[in-house]
Design a protein around this ligand. Structure first.
Ligand SMILES: [Zn+2]
Length: 313
């Protein structure tokens, strides 16, 4: 990311950049869908905010941020674009505290921005992972603080070995491709099988470890197992190193940068890390392209949830 780019310092340049990304063929009315150039006027009066257009079909005014996560925000668009670029390029994530200091905005504004940006990064699922000749790895991991370090009143009541008091994340990774992560209640075959079957192309080779929940996946897929319990980790191309590599990025990010992620927000953080991994440099996606993809994702995702207190995170 080139921070000297004027789109990061000039709100008008930032708006023009957004318009070129969201309206490559000219303005589109978000109210009625009208896109005829002669039926849309750009308002340029002294009392009008810059960037306001008026639709001659439905008579309504609009700007490029309507219907995006930036709608109704008082934060200047150049700061929004910088925040998108920072999120898109920081492998381990970018905290609200860092954003608050970097952009010179209040912590509260930064906190709202981070959640809206994560919403924009949520990837639309287009089709199954894998396919003929492709390998998909499945595995689970546990995220969160150690239960013994918590105050007694806040500890989970049940002791569940390594996962005590932690949240469970299940991920599917296509080798040389995308990742999809899910916050799941438990790792049982009954829970995971429907997810695997709906997310992975049946022609794929599925690689897992020898945990019980994957034991019968051979009914649905060509299934290869590495016997982690017998200390076998790699057998030729049979391994789960790709998904484990992804988990190490996720954990370093969440533990090192976000410290505590609440249960209710974990899916947003997963969307963030999935987005960066699925659009990573080794797949040929540059930082600039990744930032543009993030901005494109801001469309149609205006956050409708009630704004919770920043302390809730
Ligand atoms: Zn219209």
């Amino acid at each position: 990311m080139n921070i000297t780019d004027p789109v990061y310092s000039d709100a008008n340049k930032a708006r023009e950049h957004l318009e070129s990304l969201h309206w490559p063929n000219g303005p589109v009315c978000p109210h009625c869908g009208n896109c005829a150039a002669d039926r849309i006027t750009k308002l340029a009066g002294k009392s009008t905010r810059p960037g306001v257009h008026k639709c001659k079909e439905c008579e309504k005014p609009f700007t490029v941020t309507i219907g995006t996560v930036m709608e109704d925000s008082k934060i200047p668009l150049n700061k929004w674009l910088m925040a998108f670029a920072l999120f898109a390029s920081s492998k381990k994530g970018f905290s609200a505290h860092q954003l608050h200091r970097t952009l010179g905005i209040t912590y509260k504004s930064a906190w709202f921005m981070t959640h809206r940006i994560r919403e924009a990064l949520k990837t639309e699922i287009t089709g199954p992972l894998g396919g003929e000749g492709q390998t998909v790895e499945a595995d689970e991991t546990f995220i969160g603080g150690k239960e013994k370090n918590r105050h007694k009143s806040k500890r989970a009541t049940k002791r569940l070995g390594g996962s005590w008091g932690k949240e469970t994340v299940f991920s599917l990774v296509e080798r040389d491709g995308s990742v999809r992560s899910f916050h799941v209640a438990s790792v049982t075959a009954a829970n995971l099988r429907p997810m695997i079957v709906s997310q992975v192309d049946r022609a794929s080779l599925l690689c897992t470890d020898d945990a019980g929940q994957y034991r019968h996946m051979g009914r649905d897929f060509r299934h290869e197992i590495v016997n982690h319990s017998a200390e076998e980790y790699v057998r030729g191309t049979i391994h789960t190193n790709t998904v484990e590599g992804y988990f190490s990025i996720l954990k370093r990010g969440i533990n090192g940068c976000y410290f505590h992620v609440s249960r209710g927000h974990l899916h947003r953080y997963l969307a963030e890390f999935d987005f960066r991994y699925s659009n990573r440099a080794s797949l040929g996606v540059t930082d600039t392209e990744r930032a543009q993809l993030a901005i494109m994702g801001a469309k149609g995702k205006r956050l409708i949830y009630r704004q919770p207190s920043p302390l809730a995170s």
